[in-house]
Design a protein around this ligand. Structure first.
Ligand code: KIV
Ligand code: ZN
Length: 388
């Protein structure tokens, strides 16, 4: 079976940047956009041009800078938004306008004070207007996760008829379960006329910790684009993490789904975004957390030293990490101590390893993590014979 390409739509600079404290200036956004292009993303959502002069400027400058990726600007289904986005995207080699409107009962009634029929009219008007400026128009049905499937299919069909090239199905509030979200995508594949001519996109939020699982359920049911951010940053609990969905597809080749991402740049990109956006990555974060390839329990360390794959499903080099690390704590065993000693040039026979290990445990209880300097100190202080 042929492997199909999943487009990676990065929204770090739009949905990610909405997080309080993560705001970037134009220069910083350009640096990240350049890195995203190097990483191999297919689409860069550069901002929401009507929202501020700074965001307009950012979308404009990124449009001029980016060579291969599509550059996308967000709008509401509002005429002025679309005019401003089209202007900001003027210099883009591959411009895309991303326009849309809320489609759930809650959004229609309480946010938009409207009716389902008027929502369809506004969706069609927005897509048609965007289409008068650019060929590539993405339509989002905000809160699609909580939208009735039959109505969602009607809105999507109208958007396709009006010229949308991509249909984005956001689980805006991170509410769906994976099988429910996958079934929603499948329902659209089966019920929207003309859907075979457009790309279906996932856009999942992480309020219940399901953004990654939902995005994968989406592509397993026919979506061909995933919207995501580096480190999963984004509103509230965040968006789908780019590095997670990319590595899931890479690690499960039988899915026959892959991306254009150069995975060796994932760690570097993660660190750049964390630093520039002042948003530290939790140490146990999948793929890019500081502990993602660190082993601290004796049983695991023993396995890793014998054969890496006993406790690692990803070769760290694949994501740009030099090596797995053996962290010495009071839970570590003799094999780990001998391994780290050897890295420092100390070769210990059995008796000296036993002697060193007893002192090591006392040190580890006191210091929690035993570093290289501590090991040098231990060898000297306890007169451990090495290289005998
Ligand atoms: O979460 C969402 O619904 C969005 C849309 C604006 C695409 O970010
Ligand atoms: Zn979103």
């Amino acid at each position: 079976m042929k492997t199909e390409k999943i487009q990676i739509f990065d929204t770090t600079l739009r949905d990610g940047e909405q997080v309080p404290g993560c705001q970037l200036n134009v220069q910083e956004k350009l640096v990240i956009a350049e890195q995203l292009e190097l990483l191999g993303v297919d689409v860069i959502e550069a901002g929401f041009p009507i929202s501020s002069p700074g965001d307009f400027e950012a979308v404009k400058s990124i449009s001029a800078l980016v060579k291969d990726a599509t550059v996308c600007g967000l709008t509401r289904a509002v005429e002025k938004d679309i005019h401003v986005a089209a202007d900001a995207l003027r210099l883009a080699r591959k411009p895309r306008i991303h326009t849309g409107i809320g489609t759930s009962e809650l959004h229609i009634k309480y946010k938009l004070n409207s009716t389902p029929e008027k929502i369809i009219e506004r969706a069609v008007a927005a897509v048609s207007l965007a289409k008068s400026f650019v060929e590539d128009v993405e339509f989002y049905a905000e809160d699609a996760g909580r939208t009735d499937n039959a109505f969602l299919a009607r809105v999507c069909e109208a958007a396709v008829k009006a010229g949308a090239t991509v249909l984005n199905i956001p689980d805006t509030t991170g509410y769906c379960l994976p099988d429910e979200y996958g079934a929603k995508i499948k329902y659209l594949v089966d019920h929207v006329r003309g859907i075979e001519n457009v790309t279906l996109s996932t856009h999942c939020h992480n309020d219940l910790g399901l953004a990654t699982a939902n995005s994968i359920a989406g592509v397993r049911n026919g979506a061909r684009q995933i919207e995501c951010t580096i480190n999963g940053i984004g509103e509230r609990a965040g968006n789908t993490a780019l590095e997670e969905v990319v590595m899931i597809m890479r690690q499960h080749p039988y899915l026959n789904l892959d991306t254009n991402i150069n995975t060796r740049l994932l760690t570097q990109t993660s660190q750049m975004v964390a630093e520039m956006m002042h948003m530290t990555v939790q140490p146990n974060k999948a793929i890019v957390g500081a502990n993602a390839f660190a082993h601290s329990s004796g049983i695991h360390q023993d396995g890793i030293i014998k054969f890496r794959e006993t406790y690692e499903i990803i070769d760290p080099k694949e994501v740009g990490v030099d090596d797995s690390s053996i962290v010495l704590t009071a839970r570590s065993g003799r094999a780990a101590l001998a391994f780290r000693m050897q890295k420092l040039g100390y070769k210990l026979d059995k008796d000296n390893l036993n002697k060193a290990y007893d002192s090591f445990l006392v040190m580890a209880d006191a210091r929690k993590v035993v570093k290289d300097d501590d090991l040098h100190e231990l060898v000297e202080k306890h007169k451990i014979l090495v290289n005998v």
